[in-house]
Design a protein around this ligand. Structure first.
Ligand code: MIC
Ligand code: SF4
Length: 642
């Protein structure tokens, strides 16, 4: 067996391990962050289980830390109290980005981790089966329920040789994205192998597994070896290590080979993580802002490299350099060893440990500005400035460019610094609050920003509605439910957020949807790529959306639609997409029967009233997902089946 199969087999609750077939796995650990967490805990409360049944569940506060009004602080209080009551560890604001902290303090090789954030696969860097999911799926897992997913194919990524100086793990994953695109990983686990693996440290591996999310992959995983052991020992957690490797004769569904020594510094150009070029190919690109941080590149070794490169130098006068270390542990160590002073002296602006600019929480660039970031996503508008041009690079390229004022290949900096892994990380978990031993008397505090979330109803006899919007390929969750400093504080207020749903595609969409009393969204390939945010399903639900008819869907978003009772219909004929006009009226007759038939592979036929013709579509759903859709969503289904 390969590593993926071993991890799945040891957690399999039901199903057959054949690619594409639905399986259910037991979840050992969960994580939430605050922007999806409020919803996940509201849903956990709705399920009604008093204490979590996982080995470890952690609630992080890392996204909404700007606190420009009472909303974020209210949500923090809600999450802190609900966590205390139900047996969940609480990582206070300032303790760091969920994925970075989880890797440092909680992740364990061989375990499963379900997180309400799409970059949960970061844990694959230490041999976890770490998967991102919607808040409701995480809520169910906290209650001891299995997590259902399609058995993935396994793509073996063979790494040979070793990275040349100035070439980084970020460049490796950008190379994978160049080859496979943002939809190349859908339905797959990327499993890393080959003799190049042992040359990569845990933070480097985690950078690679983190950004596997951008391939649309179910997750990514590295073996757990001596390097993993040394990392866990340095975190004071040597006892959490187990070895994990693929059998000699393991079989894979696909394979790609990457010669590490042939990679050069790469950059993902606006507005997609797979618009890859060599840094050396782009000449004279003046840079206005450089942002270093995010769950992809904010580890201790990343930050030490940045400090070494900045030491004794000054940031270019035309560049604003902002740096957010990934965790309190990282920041603390930089402060203790003096590296922070080097960073500050060079003129960098230090931000608190959190997501910050990565999700547009502050540091929005100027109009038309070029912003180089070490993040994982450069979707249009995500920085908080619609006209900004965001390029994704490694920390090394980021510093070289911050110093020169232009996009610059780090080779120009001379000899690369040698930063080694510390023998001991500074361990101080004083910002992690354990749950109350008995939760009964803990009072959950709810601020006025927490509004009831929309709930769907059983499928009616006939589903009717008009085409409300037609969008192209690769629409991201940042288009569907934009997140920035103005909107992120309202993640527990879906009625408010709904007024911004899909507005980057069409500012009139919410109003049109409300007037029409709901309807359908028409979309191209890979609809819903990016975030795990359930709000990208909840806000359309609030507006009465009954179905999305697309050429294809991204994994997590499709699951979120189903969980909320919205039909993810797939065109059989691509020309039907071309022929649909906004305003066309659709009818799905015998809806329940057709949905039931779909689980057996039959088509769902939609009648277009204007043309009188039938549009054949597929619903790629399991029997269980059929029941969820018929019930009007997972919450109704769970209640019905209890
Ligand atoms: C992201 O990077 O897009 C986010 C913000 O972390 C999201 C979660 C969210 O929308 O709250 C993700 O990756 O799932
Ligand atoms: Fe936070 Fe950005 Fe990572 Fe999402 S991708 S978890 S916003 S740092």
């Amino acid at each position: 067996m390969n590593i993926t199969e071993k991890l799945i087999k040891s957690h399999l609750v039901s199903g057959e391990m054949t690619p594409g077939k639905e399986i259910a796995i037991h979840i050992d650990q969960t994580l939430t962050q605050d922007s999806t967490g409020t919803m996940a805990y509201l849903q956990f409360e709705a399920i009604g289980i008093p204490r979590v049944k996982t080995e470890k569940s952690v609630a992080y506060i890392d996204h909404n830390t700007l606190q420009t009004g009472f909303e974020n602080a209210d949500d923090h209080k809600y999450i802190q109290t609900v966590a205390k009551k139900h047996g969940i560890y609480f990582s206070k604001p300032g303790n760091g980005i969920c994925h970075q902290v989880h890797l440092e303090r909680f992740g364990k090789p061989g375990k499963t981790l379900l997180g309400s954030d799409s970059h949960t696969p970061t844990g694959g860097g230490i041999g976890m089966l770490a998967i991102g999911a919607g808040g409701l799926d995480v809520a169910v897992a906290m209650g001891g329920g299995a997590y259902y997913l399609a058995m993935p194919k396994v793509c073996r990524v063979v790494l040979t040789g070793k990275l040349s100086p100035w070439v980084t793990a970020k460049d490796v994953i950008l190379e994978v994205l160049r080859r496979m695109s943002v939809k190349g990983g859908v339905g797959k686990v990327m499993e890393y192998a080959g003799d190049g693996v042992k040359t990569l440290s845990v933070p480097q591996r985690a950078t690679i597994t983190n950004m596997g999310a951008e391939l649309g992959a179910t997750t990514s995983v590295f073996p757990s070896d001596e390097v993993t052991k040394a990392f866990l020992q340095a975190q004071g957690r040597g006892e959490d290590w187990i070895e994990l490797k693929a059998d000699e004769d393991a079989i894979y569904d696909e394979e790609i080979i990457i010669a590490l020594d042939e990679i050069e510094p790469l950059v993902a150009c606006p507005h997609s993580p797979d618009h890859i070029k060599k840094v050396s190919e782009i000449k004279n690109l003046a840079v206005d802002q450089v942002a270093i941080g995010s769950c992809t590149n904010s580890s201790y070794t990343d930050m030490m490299t940045v400090a070494a490169l900045l030491k004794g130098k000054t940031v270019n006068p035309d560049v604003s350099l902002v740096i957010a270390p990934g965790s309190k542990q990282v920041m603390n160590m930089l402060a203790a060893n003096g590296a922070l002073a080097d960073i500050i002296s060079a003129g960098a602006r230090i931000l608190e440990c959190g997501c910050g600019p990565c999700i547009g929480m502050g540091q929005a660039p100027a109009t038309n500005a070029v912003s180089l970031r070490t993040v994982n996503r450069n979707f249009e508008g995500r920085s908080g400035t619609a006209s900004a041009q965001v390029y994704i690079v490694s920390p090394e390229t980021a510093v070289a460019s911050a110093l020169s004022g232009k996009l610059t290949d780090p080779h120009t900096l001379g000899e690369a610094p040698l930063i080694s892994m510390p023998e001991h990380f500074m361990v101080n978990d004083n910002l992690i609050i354990p749950p109350a031993p008995e939760g009964e008397c803990v009072k959950v505090v709810r601020g006025p920003n927490i509004q009831p979330f929309p709930k769907n109803t059983k499928v009616p006899k006939e589903i009717k509605g008009s085409a409300l919007l037609k969008v192209e390929d690769n629409i991201t969750t940042d288009h569907i439910m934009p997140s920035n400093a103005k909107l992120l504080p309202f993640r527990s207020n879906v009625p408010y957020l709904a007024d911004y749903c899909l507005t980057p595609c069409d500012p009139n969409f919410p109003e049109r949807a409300k007037k029409a009393g709901g309807g359908f969204i028409i979309a191209g390939q890979n609809y819903g790529q990016g975030s795990s945010r359930e709000h990208a399903a909840l806000a359309p639900l609030q507006l009465g959306v009954k179905g999305v008819i697309a050429k294809s869907f991204a994994r997590i978003h499709m699951a979120n639609l189903i969980n909320n009772g919205i039909l993810p219909l797939v065109f059989v004929n691509e020309w039907d997409y071309d022929n649909i006009r906004i305003g066309d009226e659709f009818v799905i007759p015998y809806a329940a029967d057709q949905i039931a038939g779909a689980a057996k592979g039959q088509l769902v036929n939609i009648t277009c009233v204007r043309t009188g013709e039938e549009i054949p579509t597929k619903l790629n759903i399991s029997e269980r997902q059929k029941d969820i859709l018929l019930a009007g969503g997972l919450l109704n289904y769970t209640k019905e089946s209890n």
